[in-house]
Design a protein around this ligand. Structure first.
Ligand SMILES: Cc1cc2nc3c(=O)[nH]c(=O)nc-3n(C[C@H](O)[C@H](O)[C@H](O)COP(=O)(O)OP(=O)(O)OC[C@H]3O[C@@H](n4cnc5c(N)ncnc54)[C@H](O)[C@@H]3O)c2cc1C
Length: 485
């Protein structure tokens, strides 16, 4: 007879839910009998939050609005969950990303990939940079790779290869916008590993991209958003489906509104949790799918090194403000794209604004527009403490500066995301290595989450799937050892 294995998963974001689903799948295929308790202090989904408001027939995204398909993890998971037919592409007619220059919105050159141009003609025609700035950026092809082993910030890496103007006017708002972070602190190695590798292997990023260009499918060429997708019913559809499927697979028990406070070692290689609602079970394995800040607190009693390293991963707070306007109140030429990012040097409060209802169909009635404004990030975390009225006033001033909107919004929704975006700053990979190494002393404790090796949803899904596999393997070895004993 199979011995029942008890597992606690802590954190019910996409990482924790994917780990639960994959662990149940692995257990089925490996003939393991598992019972999972999933602890979530707030709501399932973590930062995923799609809201439907029937009164104005709109569907908003308060957290993520898209997933990248350059790596296949989310599509594969969607196939397993039988929801791949619900995946929708972005609007191909507006597949353009804009960058603010003073109060103008200028398209990102076609073929610009995160930090570098891959289509030189279109880069040369761009009005985003001066002629001298473009000339300097294109000299990248002839700049020898760095001989130093020292870790560089995103700013140092990009300025060394492409010059300061490219950093300030394009790369900072793009990369800084993703992390709501400071490019002078973020690690190039951790945030831009693909580009750092291109320098090492090909000597030049422009050359490496040119080589790759021929193999890139026509549809993914050009605009930054072309490989992004969502679900017809919004991103929370993935969370709702995961929840439904794992309930159908005989588990887990969802322990909602139960914050885990600490982890305790028990005899016989078992673990228990101190939780707000005083959970009294013992577990064969734990999967901690928590933000770094929470991991630091939960592990503090058990291991001060893990707690210290995790606490060094600052998680930035930000605010997402969804506003619905009448389309007729905005000059249509301003909405020719999926949204815009704002360079830090402009000194504005707005980090970015995305046009949700332009990007995806059926998010609002035809005569309305949903705009998502992003505020906060590492430079302005205090904004989360401001009142709704104050935040609304700031967003309206910012949107008016860029979009010249004639009337007030017909609807506003404010989401405050506290400590939500991990900052992969200099030393990040060393911190993760130390945490991983220390965990070897605690067999049965596993970690996953967006602070480890990628903040994007595909990376979270990939890591959670690997973690689930490792847990199943661990339980299997444990079971075999018990049989031999
Ligand atoms: C505003 C915003 C927009 C984004 N947009 C995109 C996008 O468009 N595309 C993309 O790919 N990525 C995007 N990201 C990043 C991506 O969404 C996240 O990195 C990812 O969803 C993180 O998932 P997670 O499960 O690792 O963490 P989380 O979603 O943070 O989940 C962790 C969970 O743990 C719970 N928890 C915390 N402490 C405890 C405790 N002590 N006990 C029990 N439970 C606890 C939390 O309540 C939470 O539910 C965005 C992020 C933000 C903040």
């Amino acid at each position: 007879m199979n011995e029942l294995k008890r597992i606690a998963i802590v954190g019910g974001g996409i990482s924790g839910l994917t780990a639960a689903y994959k662990l149940l799948r692995n257990a089925q295929s490996q003939n393991l009998e598992v019972k999972i308790d999933l602890f979530e202090s707030r709501e399932l989904g973590g930062v995923f939050k799609t809201i439907e408001d029937q009164s104005i027939e709109c569907r908003f995204e308060c957290g993520p609005d898209s997933f990248f398909t350059k790596t296949p993890e989310v599509v594969e998971l969607s196939k397993e969950l039988e929801i791949d037919s619900h995946i929708i592409p972005t609007n191909s007619k507006k597949r353009k990303s804009l960058v603010a220059k003073d109060n103008q919105l200028i398209p990102l050159p076609d073929g610009f990939i995160m930090i570098a141009p891959s289509q030189i003609d279109s880069f040369l025609q761009s009005e985003l940079m001066s002629e001298a700035g473009k000339k300097r950026a294109l000299e990248e092809e002839n700049i020898a790779p760095s001989k130093s082993e020292a870790e560089e910030t995103v700013a140092q890496f990009v300025e060394r290869r492409f010059g300061k103007e490219m950093l300030d006017k394009i790369v900072q708002p793009m990369v800084g916008g993703i992390y709501t972070g400071d490019v002078n602190k973020l690690s190039a190695e951790a945030c831009l590993p693909e580009f750092v590798a291109m320098e090492r292997t090909k000597g030049s990023i422009i050359k490496a991209l040119a080589e790759r260009q021929n193999s890139i499918d026509q549809d993914t060429k050009g605009a930054r958003y072309s490989a992004f997708y969502s679900y017809e019913k919004g991103m929370s559809f993935l969370i709702d489906t995961l929840r439904k499927k794992i309930l159908e697979m005989n588990g887990p028990t969802f322990k909602m509104n139960d914050a885990v406070l600490s982890v305790q070692k028990k005899p016989g290689g078992m673990w228990s949790l101190v939780t707000q609602n005083q959970d009294s079970n013992v577990y064969d394995a734990l999967i901690l799918a928590l933000p770094a800040t929470s991991l630091a607190k939960v592990m503090a009693e058990l291991d001060s090194t893990i707690a210290q390293r995790a606490s060094e991963i600052h998680c930035a707070s930000s605010c997402v403000v969804n506003m619905v306007f009448d389309k007729s109140d905005i000059d249509p030429s301003k909405l020719d794209g999926f949204g815009f990012v704002v360079p830090e040097l402009s000194g504005r409060a707005l980090i970015a604004c995305s046009y949700l209802s332009v990007k995806y169909k059926h998010r609002s009635p035809e005569q309305k527009v949903i705009l998502r404004a992003f505020l906060g990030g590492v430079h302005n975390e205090g904004i989360l403490q401001a009142s709704d009225e104050k935040i609304t006033a700031i967003v309206l001033e910012e949107l008016d500066y860029y979009l010249k909107i004639k009337n007030k919004p017909v609807y506003t929704s404010i989401s405050r995301w506290q400590d939500a975006m991990p900052q992969y700053t200099i030393g990040h990979q060393d911190r993760i290595k130390t945490i991983t190494k220390r965990l070897e002393d605690f067999p049965g404790i596993f970690i996953t989450g967006n602070f480890i090796s990628g903040v994007g949803i595909p990376k979270c899904v990939q890591l959670a799937s690997e973690t689930a596999m490792n847990v199943a393997q661990f339980l299997k070895v444990q079971k075999t050892a018990q049989v031999i004993d």
